[in-house]
Design a protein around this ligand. Structure first.
Ligand code: RBF
Length: 164
């Protein structure tokens, strides 16, 4: 699987800009809370590790991954963040909800990013089962929350670079 071969958590840390000047919003889904809390922990610690100031990281909960889009939209409308990190976990079940939710969130978050010209990071695990989710939220395949945070820092920095 692609994520097993290319794990952003292993990327060189020298190329990651400082997060000191940026304000981050994190929107985290309550569904599969054990997993999403682990993603949140990874994202938060990574932002701090790269220099983000605690007061500049705002965390908001939404009921499920489907609501991540509205959460990101509300935050960007408010206008006081440089990047939004969206964290969720959708586990494949017996119903077609998996496809509906995953597609809606992926499309929704890209649309919000484009609407506001701000980074909106897709930190949503979409897995076949619980074990795969556990493996990617601090388990043997790293923590996708860390990767979402690194992506947010890089993209916030890109906005500054391109607007200089
Ligand atoms: N939200 C998630 O974040 N992950 C899930 O795996 C998940 N599975 C769901 C399965 C069903 C059958 C339903 C009805 C909802 C599910 N949700 C899930 C919640 C969804 O993201 C949203 O919060 C609700 O549909 C209310 O809009």
């Amino acid at each position: 699987m692609a994520t097993q071969l290319k794990n952003l958590s292993d990327f060189s840390h020298t190329a990651i800009p400082s997060a000191a000047d940026y304000r981050f919003g994190i929107v985290v889904a309550e569904w599969n809370a054990e997993v999403t809390n682990a993603l949140l922990d990874g994202a938060y610690q990574t932002l701090i590790r790269y220099g983000a100031v605690e007061e500049n990281i705002k965390i908001y909960s939404v009921p499920g991954s489907f609501e991540l889009t509205s959460g990101a939209e509300l935050l960007l409308k408010k206008g006081d963040v440089d990047a939004v990190i969206c964290l969720g976990c959708v586990i494949q079940g017996e119903t077609r909800h998996f496809d509906f939710i995953c597609n809606a969130v992926a499309n929704g978050l890209s649309n919000v990013a484009i609407k506001y010209s701000k980074p909106v990071i897709f930190g949503v695990l979409t897995t076949d089962n619980q074990q795969q989710a556990t493996d990617r939220s601090g388990g043997k395949h790293g923590n996708k929350g860390d990767e979402a945070a690194i992506t947010a820092i890089k993209m916030a920095d890109l906005v500054v670079t391109l607007n200089r």
